[in-house]
Design a protein around this ligand. Structure first.
Ligand code: 5GP
Ligand code: ZN
Length: 109
């Protein structure tokens, strides 16, 4: 938990989000500035800054996030979709708490 991290605040419900999934390890919620008709984020509850910090101990968590992407995308009615992890400022990362983007369904209305 990092006190100045927006995703940690969403994890603890200090900041609201349109959640679509939650368990002991991860949450998923709709992106506040969607790039597609459906755009959600899969976020580990643990504060890991970037994919670069991940270790072999995170292997199961990373696999879980990817499998959850497919499950939730189907639940959201997506037939095909894109997944993306931005890594580091140079990789377009703005929120330094690991997250997987899932988006599809055509352009934002
Ligand atoms: P990044 O560029 O770090 O990969 O993506 C961060 C994403 O988090 C952006 O798409 C941005 O719209 C989203 N985001 C930032 N702050 C919030 C927030 O407070 N709530 C939600 N739901 N999404 C957020
Ligand atoms: Zn965090």
């Amino acid at each position: 938990m990092s006190t100045d991290c927006i995703f940690c605040k969403i994890v603890t419900n200090a900041v609201p989000a349109k959640k679509i999934y939650e368990d002991d390890d991860v949450i998923a919620f709709h992106d506040i500035r969607p790039l597609a008709r459906i755009h959600f984020l899969i976020v580990p509850k643990q504060h890991i800054e970037t994919l670069k910090e991940c270790q072999p101990a995170h292997q199961a968590l990373l696999g879980k996030m990817l499998l959850l992407a497919a499950k939730l995308a189907e639940e959201q009615g997506l037939v095909g979709y894109k997944t993306q992890i931005n890594v580091g400022r140079e990789g377009g990362q703005e929120v330094f708490h690991l997250h997987l983007h899932v988006f599809g369904g055509g352009p934002v209305a």
